[in-house]
Each structure stands twice: as structure tokens, then as C-alpha cells.
Write a protein that binds this ligand. Structure first.
Ligand code: NAP
Length: 483
């Protein structure tokens, strides 16, 4: 198979927070993998920036360690790491002070793409934007990349957008949602808009309902302090699940172009119905043998933050009115599994008489084992009459595409290269983020006003029993959470 890779221009990429957890686990190993793939042009450089005192050699040792620990399976030729490390530099800088800014100004080169990755707490985004501008480090073609969380409600998201807009055009701001960088998520668009087969059926006339599940086995672990102020709604639903929902529900954009795609996603968010309180189930995991409860982990015996959420959503537009979307996400569940399932309606009439439940389901697995599965009805082999069974037409990417798919680029790798190429299709626009918060805020405010307490669920289970009821009331069932 011949793969066509769009070349990137030479760049200077500054990673503010270059010594942090995200840089260590994702950004730096991701860049190394792109380097191995020959995607980092000769004279490109990566400049780590943080307050800590470190020289270039110290930073190279840090990067080498990060690559060894998190570099992934992609094999690189001997000596490749040394070549990568030669492109690294470090500047000790304070986002809130004057330290380091003139050194950085001296280091930056003209005539290459300048990208600034804000891998720091969102409270520093405004300071960084201001100082980059003050020190003349940016021009019209410079880009900034900002990490989640992008606000904790509509007001704070608006304030962040305003802080960035004071110095950058929308076309220069790349708001990362790493779910959009996943191979299968992009494949969702390829499947929908690249085949005649599915799009004609992609509406409430043929689709019974849609399920989106993002299940994790881990608890909050060391992120307890952050997570307890956020919860599953802010941490997962407002951004990742909402983005997946948009890609499934949006109208076909006129072309695969950043604003055309994002315009259509925005229309979906704006068409979401307000959610009735009885269409939401919040949960919190309990202790289990050898593992603490949510409340023990976050150190607050009265915490009301949800580690699980399930909800039924409606979209009031021509395409989807009458087709519910069921979303669920949670921690400490039975298996780590993320998937989207389109459940088609039953046949109007079965010529086979009593045929059982033989609905088609299209399932898009995000993790593990990215792939797409279509459930079809066939005759059970052998004599004895016409008995029907459902079997999967399974396209596991690893099987179908061979080695290329066994080790696909990580979401961060792809997204960083899109920043350098100047392609914003897989990044959230400011108005999208605000619309998502405008929909989320009343739900969270309602819980606060009612003093809503999440239901406990057993660690290692499929979530609270009430979530099963949420679908049972509509005579539907969740797909099994299985690895
Ligand atoms: P972290 O481990 O706490 O690292 C923070 C980094 O920022 C460090 O390099 C720190 O170095 C630097 N820093 C702090 N204050 C600074 C200042 N005033 N000026 C310059 N540098 C400063 O945080 P992280 O986990 O990497 O997260 C970074 C961002 O990514 C956050 O917005 C987070 O929400 C987001 N994010 C993280 C993850 C993840 O898996 N870690 C996932 C999704 C999103 P010094 O202290 O030496 O300055």
C-alpha cells in the first residue's frame, strides 16, 4: 500500500510546559515518532520552555528519557534518537514574569513556521499570549495550541477566548481535543461521506438510536484534586463525547475544509434539546477489594462529583428528531472501551416470520483495537430450515491494513503535524466550545441547585443500575462494555 503523506514546512515549535506530564508522555514522544517517520524537516527545532533551571543538555536528557519510556513501538533506526535530540533546546522562562523572554526572542528564527504549544495550566494562557505579543515573537502566520480544559463554564470559556483573541486571529488558535486526532474518529467521516451505502440511511427514518460509550477502568488516581472540581460532565461530555456526537450527527459539509466541517458541528450543538433531569444518571464508584472509593481517592467523604454519567439526548432537526442519542462515560468500569454504535431500525416486515431481533448495528471502535464492525443477518449454516443469525462483518484496521495500522500514529502526533501544516479541521473553534458550554451549564447548575447526589456503583461493574433503567424505559439495552 502506498501512503501519501502531506509534507510539512520547517518549524520552530515552542512547548510551554515542556517539562510537564503531557509533554513527557505525549507531545515529545509523538514528535519523535514523526521524526522517525521522516516528517520533521531538516532544520526544524523543538524548544522546551518552563520555569525550572535547565540547560540544553539537561533538556535533551529529559527528552531522551521520555522517548524511551513513552516512545511507543515504532521502530527507529539506530542513532535516530541522537538526531532528534540535536533539534532540542530549552529556555527557562516565566509565563507571568520577565525571565527568559529576551532569550527566547533571540532563539526564534525568521522564515520558518512558528508554533507555540500552551501545555500549561489554562490560567496561564492569557499571560503567554500577552507576552508573546509584547516580545514580538509572533507574526500573522504564527500558531498557538491550547490544551483542555477550555474553561469550566460559558463565562470562563468566553473570557479565555477573549484573552486569546486580543492577540491572535481565530485562524491561528488550535484548541486541542485529542479524540479528534484518533484514526477511527476520522474514519467515521470517511465511512459516512466516502460510501454510498451509509449516508442515505443516516437519519431518523432508518436509525433507531445511537450509543456513544467511553469507558475507563482506571480511577481518578493522582488527578483527584483537578477531577473533583470537574467531574465526568466537564472532563469528558462537554468536549470529547460532544465532539463525537457532532461528527455522527452533522450534515455533510460541502467540502472537507476546516470551517465547513466546524460550521456543521456547531449547528448540531445548537440543535441539542435541553436535557430533562430524569434523562441523566450520575454515578460515583465505590470501594472494592484493594481499591479505594472515589471519595477516598479525592479525600472528600462528602464529594458530590460524578465519576460516571449516562444521558439521553435529543436533537431537534429534520434529520434526527425522534432518534435518541445515549451517551455514557465513566471511570473504574468493567473494561476500557470506547465505541460509537448506530443501531438501525427493525425491518418493516420479515418474510421469515418469527425472526428474532436482527437489527443491523454499525459499531465504530475507538479503543482498544480500532476498527469498524457491521452486524448483518445471515442464514445459520446447515440444514434444518431458515434460521437467522447475526454475524459481524468486521474490519479491524490492524488486520485489513497490515503493519501500518498495527502502530497507527497517536492522536497527538497527527494533531501537532496538522498545526504545522496549518490545518484546523480537527481542532475546535471558539464558537463551538462556547455553544457546548451554553448547553452544559444549565445541566450542572440544575444539579447544584437541587443538591443532586450521584448514585454509587460497584468498581469494575458496568455503572449504576439506573443507567440500565434509562434505556430499559425505552425498551432498549446498552451494548456490553467489553474489551
Ligand atoms: P504539569 O505536569 O503540571 O506541567 C506543567 C508545566 O508547566 C511544567 O513544565 C511547569 O514547569 C510549567 N509551568 C508552570 N508554571 C509556569 C510558568 N509560570 N511559566 C512557565 N512554565 C510554567 O501539567 P500537565 O499535566 O503537563 O498539563 C499541561 C496542560 O495540559 C494543562 O492545561 C492540562 O490541563 C492539559 N492536559 C494534560 C493532560 C495530561 O495527561 N497530563 C491531558 C489533557 C490535558 P515549571 O514548574 O518548571 O515552570
Amino acid at each position: 500500500m502506498v501512503s501519501r503523506v502531506i509534507p510539512v514546512e520547517a518549524f520552530d515549535l515552542v512547548i510551554f510546559g515542556g517539562t510537564g506530564d503531557l509533554a513527557r508522555r505525549k507531545i515529545l514522544p509523538g514528535l519523535f515518532r514523526r521524526y522517525c517517520a521522516g516528517q520533521m524537516p531538516e532544520n526544524s527545532r523543538v524548544i522546551g520552555a518552563a520555569r525550572g533551571d535547565m540547560d540544553n543538555d539537561g533538556y535533551r536528557a529529559f527528552v531522551a528519557e521520555a522517548v524511551r519510556e513513552f516512545g511507543g513501538r515504532r521502530s527507529c533506526e539506530d542513532g535516530t534518537l541522537d538526531g532528534f535530540l540535536e533539534r532540542m533546546a530549552f529556555v527557562s522562562i516565566d509565563a507571568r514574569g520577565e525571565k527568559g523572554w529576551s532569550e527566547m526572542a533571540e532563539l526564534m528564527r525568521p522564515d520558518v513556521v512558528r508554533a507555540f504549544y500552551f501545555s500549561v495550566a489554562p490560567s496561564l494562557f492569557g499571560d503567554l499570549a500577552e507576552r508573546l505579543n509584547q516580545h514580538g515573537l509572533t507574526d500573522d502566520s504564527s500558531r498557538i495550541v491550547v490544551e483542555k480544559p477550555f474553561g469550566r463554564d460559558l463565562d470562563s470559556a468566553r473570557a479565555l477566548n477573549r484573552d486569546l483573541a486580543a492577540y491572535f486571529d481565530e485562524g491561528q488558535i488550535y484548541r486541542i481535543d485529542h479524540y479528534l486526532g484518533k484514526e477511527t474518529v476520522q474514519n467515521l467521516m470517511a465511512v459516512r461521506f466516502g460510501n454510498m451505502l451509509f449516508e442515505p440511511l443516516w437519519n431518523s427514518q432508518y436509525v433507531d438510536h445511537i450509543q456513544i460509550t467511553v469507558a475507563e477502568t482506571v480511577g481518578v488516581g493522582g488527578r483527584g484534586e483537578y477531577y473533583d472540581k470537574s467531574g465526568a460532565m466537564r472532563d469528558m461530555v462537554q468536549n470529547h463525547l460532544m465532539q463525537l456526537l457532532c461528527l455522527i450527527a452533522m450534515e455533510p459539509p460541502s467540502k472537507f475544509d476546516p470551517d465547513a466541517v466546524r460550521d456543521e458541528k456547531l449547528k448540531v450543538i445548537r440543535a441539542l434539546d435541553p436535557v430533562e433531569p430524569h434523562h441523566i444518571v450520575r454515578g460515583q464508584y465505590d470501594a472494592t477489594e484493594g481499591a479505594e472509593s472515589y471519595r477516598e481517592e479525592v479525600g472528600d467523604p462528602r464529594s458530590r462529583t460524578e465519576s460516571y454519567i449516562a444521558m439521553k439526548l435529543g436533537i431537534s432537526n429534520w434529520r434526527w428528531a425522534g432518534t435518541p442519542f445515549y451517551l455514557r462515560t465513566g471511570k473504574r468500569l468493567k473494561a476500557r472501551s470506547s465505541e460509537i454504535t448506530i443501531v438501525f431500525k427493525e425491518l418493516n416486515h420479515s418474510i421469515f416470520g418469527e425472526a428474532g431481533d436482527h437489527r443491523n448495528e454499525l459499531s465504530i471502535r475507538l479503543q482498544p483495537n480500532e476498527g469498524i464492525e457491521l452486524g448483518v443477518t445471515i442464514k445459520e449454516p446447515g440444514p434444518g430450515g431458515m434460521r437467522l443469525i447475526n454475524v459481524p462483518l468486521d474490519m479491524s484496521f490492524a488486520q485489513a491494513l497490515g503493519a501500518d495500522a498495527e502502530d497507527p500514529p497517536d492522536a497527538y502526533e497527527r494533531l501537532i503535524m496538522d498545526v504545522i501544516r496549518g490545518n484546523q479541521t480537527l481542532f475546535m473553534r471558539g464558537d463551538e466550545v462556547e455553544a457546548a458550554w451554553a448547553w452544559t451549564d444549565p445541566i450542572i447548575n440544575g444539579w447544584d441547585a437541587r443538591g443532586d447526589v450521584p448514585k454509587t456503583y460497584e468498581s469494575g461493574s458496568e455503572g449504576p443500575v439506573d443507567a440500565v433503567q434509562l434505556l430499559a424505559r425505552d425498551t432498549r439495552v446498552w451494548r456490553k462494555v467489553s474489551p
